[in-house]
Design a protein around this ligand. Structure first.
Ligand SMILES: [Ca+2]
Ligand SMILES: [Ca+2]
Ligand SMILES: [Ca+2]
Length: 492
């Protein structure tokens, strides 16, 4: 066929189609071809066809098809996903084209996912009338069609109702007329489209109490008071208080030596039930280890450590996997590693240590103590008129740190001393069955007082008294008896 014949056939077919559609109104509105006009910019597909009828049927098969342009010279139809009613501004004259609105079963704009609208207004124009409700839109999220509520009175899309969220999952969405606002929720930062968790624990201003651990979570954070403190984490109070009373001694075992030291590791690292024993106060260097109280009573040691140096006194302590003790006739505190069985460090007290001992004598010039805060050395200090000096030991560095010169009795008129909750307590006498704790100094507050707490030396020769902060009892060696004293702390 020549181009002229094609043209004539096309026009004829077109006129015939017009006549047919005018007789068969679709959706209550008759529709016909409009010669010399086209809809611009809404083509989603094209088809080569001898006759526009082919296009009519093809259009009916596709939900997106709202209308088509018949290109006369090319025998092609251009399928549009809009009608001229939806887009009157794009309906323009064109010599080579004719415009056809879909005749049957045209899908209302915005009613299905494949046919999203751009605005509420467009739906109203396209359909002539539309009620407020949920419609599909292509303009809410780029590249995807989402369902959202449309208010036909105000022409506003409620983007916050979209089937696919427009804001970050951790943001609040607030609809506005013509738009919307995304705001990151508390605990998050960002523009609302994307929100990141705030690391409160990394903030320059601490969010938890200084005595709490901070742990970041998504959208929030958790403050937990450190061990030894109680509270909600935002504020933490020292759970440690002052001693109210000391109970009667409880006998656990006995040994043939009048003096000695026994203990458990306050950290429990060496085993929560493991017992260590240092028999005697001088000229000895075998540390005994027992698995538990039962084996201790049978006398079967699990292990015996032969230390490189003798100890002096009864002030030795096991603290974690280390034994600390005063090396015979020196100012050194030996840090002995129980795992490698070697000396790790020798910490030198000042030359003015070892000038005096506890009341009972026995080379007890240097006493060691453990409390909730760590390791302490206690000794009669010549720079303090032989009254007690308390000094903390940094166990990691193996060095001496903070020190206090106490206004206690002189060391050699004192029974023993220990530290609990940062308070140094001194026992008046080692021998009298009934004595008192007659001196206390709180290193946290600087307060000093006489607590006048009843203390019993039941067997008349108390050579060692030490506090175990894990069990919150006193360990003592009173004239061959290995005892513990229960402690009652004051209520906060
Ligand atoms: Ca809106
Ligand atoms: Ca957080
Ligand atoms: Ca002591």
């Amino acid at each position: 066929m020549t181009a002229r014949i094609v043209f004539r056939v096309s026009v004829l077919a077109l006129l015939l189609y017009s006549a047919v559609t005018q007789k068969c109104p679709a959706g209550g509105r008759s529709e016909s071809s409009i010669v010399g006009w086209m809809l611009r910019g809404h083509v989603y597909d094209t088809l080569l066809a001898e006759l526009p009828f082919t296009c009519v049927f093809k259009c009916r098969e596709d939900n997106r098809c709202q209308s088509f342009n018949w290109v006369i010279s090319l025998l092609t139809c251009e399928f549009n996903n809009r009608t001229k009613e939806a887009r009157p501004e794009d309906f323009i004259p064109n010599q080579d084209r004719s415009y056809y609105r879909r005749d049957l079963q045209r899908v209302p704009l915005g009613s299905i996912q494949e046919l999203p609208a751009e605005t509420c207004d467009e739906i109203k124009r396209s359909e002539g009338h539309a009620v407020s409700g949920r419609y599909w839109f292509s303009t809410i999220k780029s590249g995807t069609s989402v369902l959202a509520y449309c208010n036909m009175e105000t022409n506003d899309i409620d983007e916050c109702s979209a089937s696919s969220p427009v804001c970050d999952i951790n943001a609040n969405c607030s609809n506005t007329r013509g738009s919307y606002i995304c705001t990151c929720r508390a605990g998050y930062t960002g523009d609302g489209k994307t929100c990141q968790d705030i690391d409160e624990c990394g903030a320059s201003t601490p969010v938890c109490d200084i005595n709490a651990n901070c742990s970041n979570t998504r959208g929030s954070y958790i403050c937990t008071c450190k061990s030894g403190y109680i509270g909600d984490g935002k504020t933490c109070q020292d759970s440690c208080t002052h001693i109210k009373s000391v109970g009667k001694p409880v006998i656990h075992n006995s040994r043939s030596y009048t003096q000695g030291a026994w203990m458990k590791d306050p950290l429990g690292i060496m085993g929560p039930e493991t017992i260590f024993v240092m028999v005697g106060y001088g000229g000895r260097k075998v540390l005994e280890e027992f698995e538990n109280m039962d084996t201790f009573k049978t006398g079967i040691a699990r292990k015996k450590y032969v230390l490189p140096y003798n100890w002096d006194g009864t002030g030795g302590v096991v603290y974690g996997p280390y034994l600390y003790y005063n090396r015979e006739a020196t100012n050194y505190i030996v840090k002995y590693n129980l795992r490698t069985e070697g000396v790790e460090k020798q910490i030198s007290l000042s030359g003015s240590a070892r000038v005096t001992s506890y009341q009972w004598g026995g080379y007890s010039q240097v006493d060691l103590a453990v409390d909730e805060q760590g390791l302490w050395a206690l000794w009669g200090y010549s720079g303090n008129s032989n009254k007690l000096r308390a000094q903390m030991i940094d166990v990691h560095k193996g060095s001496l740190t903070l020190a206090w010169n106490l206004n206690s009795e002189v060391m050699n008129s004192m029974g023993n001393a220990f530290v609990a909750c940062g308070v140094v307590y001194c026992i008046d006498d080692y021998h009298s069955e009934s004595t008192t704790i007659n001196f206390a100094y709180d290193t946290k507050t600087g307060n000093q007082w006489n607590p006048n707490i009843q203390f019993t030396n039941q067997f008349g020769y108390n050579s060692m008294v030490a506090y175990n902060p894990r069990e919150r009892v006193l360990y003592a060696w009173d004239n061959q008896r290995l005892v513990t004293y229960p402690i009652t702390f004051k209520e906060r």
